[in-house]
Design a protein around this ligand. Structure first.
Ligand code: ATP
Ligand code: MG
Length: 201
């Protein structure tokens, strides 16, 4: 008997820290596209100097695990965290497809990111590896001109004007971040003193 191929969403991001905008986008993509699972893939630790201000990958990975633990459809992958060097989406998709050859892959990403997609490493190959789901976020209008229409969908998600940049700035200024990120992530940030100064532990 023919079995339906599982449909797996992949949500890539720095997740420094993961926030409710990410979680709502993943949940909405799962519901709208009938995904069986959404795999969150935190990026590796960039080795370039201009990215010195990114928290260590292990902290970002653990916050992502904490934030997604209660949702049976959400999982977290270490493929990018464990790969040396910069994270490229083509490598993320290659590794995840190798691990899950039976699945159809949907790469969920912000409209801001997908507009840059043609500049990404191995852009043409990307569209053969996954269907791309561009989630709109507040302040970004979406243009899919020049992208293959059958491989890209645009998904409007409830406007949550939350960004990791804002969460970090609030934490640094001693302002509350409750309700912008999951409770466990608020506690993790406090426990490890993340975003307090210029440098990370
Ligand atoms: P930063 O402010 O550090 O850039 P971020 O909030 O954009 O962080 P990322 O880890 O860069 O978070 O985001 C991962 C993906 O989630 C990106 O594709 C981004 O466009 C998308 N995204 C982030 N915030 C939202 C949001 N509030 N609504 C919808 N999508 C979002
Ligand atoms: Mg961003």
């Amino acid at each position: 008997m023919a079995q339906l191929r599982p449909r797996i969403g992949v949500m890539g991001g720095t997740f420094d820290p993961i926030h409710h905008g990410h979680l709502v986008a993943a949940s909405e993509a799962a519901a709208e596209l009938g995904l069986d699972e959404v795999v969150f893939a935190p990026t590796g630790q960039p080795s370039f100097k201009q990215h010195q201000d990114v928290s260590p990958a292990e902290h970002r990975y653990l916050m992502t695990v904490i934030a997604t633990a209660s949702n049976p459809q959400f999982t977290v992958s270490r493929v990018d965290v464990d790969r040396a060097g910069l994270t490229y989406t083509v490598d993320t998709l290659r590794d995840l497809r190798e691990a899950r050859p039976e699945a159809d892959v949907f790469f969920v990403t912000g409209a801001d990111a997908i507009e840059q997609i043609l500049r990404w490493k191995d852009a043409a190959e990307l569209f053969t590896m996954a269907h791309f789901v561009a989630v709109t976020r507040p302040g970004h209008t979406m243009s899919v001109a020049g992208l293959p229409a059958d491989r890209v969908s645009v998904l409007e998600i409830p406007a949550l004007a939350i960004s990791s940049t804002d969460v970090r700035a609030r934490a640094r200024a001693g302002k509350p971040v409750w309700y912008l990120v999951p409770d466990g992530v608020v506690q993790y940030i406090g426990k490890h003193g993340l975003y307090r100064g210029q440098d990370h532990e």
